[in-house]
Design a protein around this ligand. Structure first.
Ligand SMILES: [Zn+2]
Length: 313
């Protein structure tokens, strides 16, 4: 008898479980918002929404609170309203978009929608041997607002840094040594003054045992420390130690005209400085290939040495 009762109760329960679709009351923040007969389907739909699977580019969404389900048995006149529940649960959801920032030296520069695009940008910059190729990075971004995306092609052209030809800075290249000697007088368009007063000890074009080629400048001997004046106004485009020239100043006067002051004991003007005619730029010395204190003075036009005595002394 007991066994029969147990079996029949079990059968009834099984039948109910088989035919009866359980209904759930759904509440949000403790407030009843409706009923569903398809709890798993509804929750699945909400999960899809939260995972961002319903829209391209959305990484995930946050909802203020998750719905709670309470099984309600044998409740009559209940109308399930899954769509309303879904709408209520998701109405205040926050969307998080996923995209990729391309960084240069850790600074976000441009944005693309997919990781593949970001990788492609880096790949192309590497192929082109862009100078910054090792500083480019990808950062995965999550944000409530999306960014303006840039195409791979545009990213590459915006980020590309052309490799500079390797320049070896040597004294001779930075001073652009003269390429030739002129023996005729050319019009340099400016008037030069004497940088120092003294005794001319070696003229332009003279051949001496101290040099393998003819003399490219004019030597004026005077005591060490004598102030050297700029022969004309211009911009100092070299101030430094330059091999056989010793401490030297070069001034550009424009139109390819330059003057050089070599063997100085002290430099006063510095590279890049604008100087006026007569301004003291250095002091006489005997640095470099020199046998005694003197100024070696050169006049160059477009890199070609000129006879200084065509213009001064
Ligand atoms: Zn000289």
């Amino acid at each position: 008898m007991i066994v029969l009762t147990v079996i029949s109760v079990f059968l009834v329960i099984a039948a109910i479980a088989f035919f009866y679709q359980p209904t759930y009351a759904v509440s949000l923040n403790g407030e009843l918002i409706g009923y569903t007969e398809n709890k798993s389907e509804l929750q699945n739909k909400i999960n899809q929404y939260m995972e961002g699977n319903t829209e391209e580019g959305v990484a995930f969404r946050q909802i203020d609170s998750v719905p709670e389900y309470t099984l309600c048995l044998l409740k009559k006149d209940i109308t399930p309203n899954d769509d309303e529940i879904y709408a209520k649960v998701t109405e205040n959801g926050t969307q998080y978009y996923k995209y990729y920032a391309i960084t240069d030296d850790k600074e976000e520069k441009l944005y693309v929608a997919t990781f593949e695009e970001a990788e492609e940008v880096i790949e192309q910059l590497k192929e082109k041997d862009s100078v910054n190729k090792d500083d480019i990075g990808i950062v995965e971004k999550y944000d409530t607002a999306t960014k303006e995306f840039t195409s791979v092609e545009k990213c590459v052209s915006k980020l590309y840094e052309k490799p500079q030809p390797k320049v070896v800075y040597t004294a001779s290249s930075s001073t652009s040594s003269a390429t030739g000697r002129s023996y005729s007088k050319v019009d340099i368009g400016i008037t030069l003054i004497r940088p120092v007063s003294g005794i001319i000890t070696s003229r332009y074009g003279s051949r001496e045992s101290i040099r393998s080629s003819s003399h490219g400048g004019l030597d004026i001997a005077t005591s060490s420390g004598t102030p050297i004046k700029a022969a004309a106004s211009g911009t100092v485009n070299y101030a430094g130690y330059n091999g056989s020239y010793g401490y030297m100043i070069k001034i550009s006067h424009g139109n390819g005209v330059e003057t050089v002051y070599a063997h100085c004991s002290q430099l006063i003007a510095s590279q890049g400085q604008a100087v006026s005619q007569g301004q003291v730029i250095a002091k006489v010395g005997s640095t470099g290939n020199s046998t005694g204190p003197h100024l070696h003075f050169e006049v160059r036009v477009n890199g070609v040495l000129q006879n200084p005595q065509n213009y001064v002394y």
